[in-house]
Design a protein around this ligand. Structure first.
Ligand code: GLU
Length: 367
């Protein structure tokens, strides 16, 4: 078990074990684990549930099942409590990102989230993500934080996803009523049978249940992200992970994350335009592992939005040398092509990014 960048999802059962406000009971050992990972040079993004549970006691709701507006008010007040609860376990700053499915589906917002996470990690901050429950209506929601964590792992290009809950892993039957239940330590293929087993173990386990955890694992492993379901209520679980042992269920990634991403960029994403590069930019991109700057672009073709895929073409011989995700739409790019990065702000009045195609969002197609 080796990882460089991981998303750690912490369920409500750990943040608010009795469902009445935040508790430090389990967070202390989780935070210690995160701190040790960071000290070893790994990057960590947290996806934390618990805002509704944390705010539950603070909003009067009259009936056992709160109305949507009462729940949204709970999330609003609970989110602050939950963030404050996390922050007290870290010496480094934490940051809050509240997103909805609508944000992750929109190319421009997707790339904004990606850039923000990249910047936060580069500044040694611990990003803490939750769904923006206060504004999200059902159609725009991911709905559960297991699937949200998988999407965050994708947008942040993590290589691993740890889903922490109060169960040890995935069992062939419900371990609470079947003492002979066996835990799978590795799952290579997520079959219908696995889904059926998980379906039987939902109810009072962590919010979302096992089903959403398997869905999340499926999304992640398809994109080269190793996924682990582990018991976050047992501190020895973290010692095992630090010893590179697997204490729960490991869903094995189909491909290495970078290979999966390159495949996706190269084969799955349709290009919506072309940027024509001068010889210096071609050399920088092909031979020096550099990002593409506006100064190296001599012309462009096609209509595209920020976040769309584009071809990088050698202007001298029309050869496609790379493919990547463009940070700007074609209208803005027409204004800044050939200019220095420092001029972007003056020309456009804003600067989304100093590079046009980030190195991490690019696949080089020639040697
Ligand atoms: N976003 C919800 C909250 O913070 C949690 C959703 C989930 O537990 O899956 O309360």
């Amino acid at each position: 078990m080796n990882f460089k960048r991981a998303v750690i999802k912490v369920g409500s059962a750990l943040v608010s074990p009795d469902g009445k406000g935040c508790s430090g009971k389990y967070l202390l050992s989780i935070a210690r684990f995160i701190t040790e990972c960071r000290q070893e040079g790994r990057e960590i993004i947290l996806v934390s549930s618990g805002s509704v549970a944390a705010g539950r006691n603070l909003i009067q709701h009259g009936s056992p099942i709160p109305s949507i507006s009462a729940k949204q008010a709970m999330a609003s007040v609970g989110q602050m409590q939950m963030m404050a609860n996390w922050q007290r376990f870290f010496d480094v700053p934490c940051s809050q990102l509240l997103v909805t499915h609508g944000d992750l589906k929109d190319r421009q917002r997707y790339i904004n989230i990606k850039n923000t996470l990249r910047t936060l990690l580069a500044n040694d901050i611990i990003p803490i993500v939750n769904e923006n429950d206060t504004v999200a209506i059902d159609e725009l929601k991911v709905g559960d934080n297991d699937n949200l964590a998988a999407l965050v792992a994708l947008v942040s290009e993590a290589d691993s996803l740890f889903i922490l809950s109060d169960v040890d892993g995935v069992f062939n039957k419900d371990p609470r009523s079947n003492p002979d239940a066996v835990m799978f330590s590795e799952i290579e293929h997520i079959t219908d049978e696995i889904y059926q087993m998980a379906g039987g173990t939902t109810n009072h386990l962590a919010t979302g249940g096992m089903l959403t955890k398997i869905q999340a694992a499926e999304k992640a492993v398809d994109n080269g992200i190793n996924t682990y379901i582990v018991n976050g209520s047992r501190s020895e679980v973290f010692d095992s992970i630090l010893r590179k042992e697997n204490p729960g269920t490991h869903f094995i990634a189909r491909n290495a994350a970078d290979k999966a991403k390159k495949y996706w960029l190269k084969h799955t994403l349709k290009s919506n335009g072309q940027l024509f590069l001068d010889a210096g930019a071609v050399n920088a991109v092909v031979n020096k592992g550099a990002s593409l700057l506006p100064s190296g672009i001599v012309a462009l073709a096609g209509k595209f939005n920020a976040g769309d895929s584009i071809d990088l073409v050698n202007a001298d011989n029309q050869q496609i040398v790379a493919k990547g995700i463009c940070q700007y739409n074609h209208r803005d790019l027409l204004k800044i092509q050939g200019q220095k990065s420092n001029e972007i702000q003056t020309i456009l009045g804003f600067c989304l990014s100093k590079v046009i195609v980030h190195r991490d969002d690019m696949v080089v197609l020639v040697k």
